[in-house]
Design a protein around this ligand. Sequence first.
Ligand code: BGP
Length: 476
Amino acid sequence: MLPKTFLWGGATAANQCEGGYQLNGKGLSIVDVERASINKQKRAIDNCVVPNIYYPSHEAIDFFHHYAEDIALFAEMGFKCYRFSIAWSRIFPRGDELTPNEAGLQFYDRIFAELKKYNIQPIVTLSHYEMPLALVEEYDSWRNRQLIEFFTRFCEVVMKRYKDDVTYWLTFNEINATVEVPRPWHQAGLIYREDEDQYQVSLQASHHMLVASAQVVALGRRINPQFQFGCMLLYPVFYPLTPSPKDTVAVHERLSYVYYYGDVHVKGRYTHTCQAIWQRHGITLKIEPEDEQILRSGTVDFIGLSYYFSLAVGIDGSSSEGNLIVGNKNPYLETTQWGWQIDATGLRVALNNLYDRYETPLFIVENGLGAVDEISTDGMIHDAYRIAYIDAHIEAMQQAILIDHVGVIGYTTWGCIDLVSASTGEMSKRYGFIYVDVDDKGQGTKKRIKKDSFTWYQHLIMTNGAEITERLFNPE
Ligand code: BGP
């Protein structure tokens, strides 16, 4: 059996659900100038809000006004925890101010109060794919070492304010995407210039982020020694495309970009894996003398991970997209409507890989199926495909925990309520147990409807996944 303390729940991010992009003194975030994609292509980014253009984050699903109703629904499902992010631009509208925006903090006060009412543990991400736009435009984002100071100030305010409300914090969402995805929109806010080396820039920016993360962890422990800090890694499983030894070497190389970040967060130093990457790309980082000590002082207590798909890696082969990264098609796997390869067993592999390397508790903070949902004639959403996906992944997780003895402390599905897709800005790519009536142009009543998966997940949490456990040990 899974322990009674197992943290079941769901996850969202501020810019993908809150809306209210200018309310209560919020500043513009980098995501507020990102358009929705056309035909599932990359999202275009503007340098200001262009009139008459639809920006999905501006209203999103209006969690800003619906939070009480939404949290009540999470409670009805029996959530033990809810992962969400705090928008930096709500607390420091430009990012470089000395004093926080009180009205922004008051919005989160209400969220924490609501969660407390239902005894739902908050799991807080401090940076989930966004930052104040002014820091990108005027400071060159994480290229600039000054960002460490700004980010630490933001985190200090938040950690002090919520020191009695939160145990689990995550610093940067999918921090390894900084090097894997050299695109402008993610939280590093890097817009590359034509003449620059993207690896040099993204790894220097990553260095600043890793130092900031460690500094925040060390500071947080002084604020409340009970705090538990996690990093957050985007973990796609890579398989060799063929038995060619060269393909296995290729897998090793691809994974090293994930471990680059895992190593610094968990071991508190740049390891041989990191040095190999620097050498491969001819990179020299500017590291200040105090950084070594900061990195050592702020290692994490657990590893948060997102897992959606696996990819095959080889020297030949056709290309297949994951949400952010590209690999090869695997003939053994089906794909989602967005071309992501569905691979529940891969989650067992991911958990084993990470635990073998780090022996640090794991927390699956994102997993789920993005799919088009139709409202049936009975007014309901019969999302058996989503139930099948999550069920299979929870089974794989239980195999890792109960058979392989991997330490996993919790599982939060991504987008427990429908929200804006990070990669495409669409609403039609739905992950939720709760349907929200908003379309790809932002039109709709914003009415919430429980899907079939709502009742299914409610039952799963109530029984602590026992039916899946039973199936594992007593197959028919
Ligand atoms: C992860 C992000 C999330 C979320 C998820 C699904 O990479 O951390 O923010 O969006 O992927 O991706 P998408 O929304 O593109 O379907």
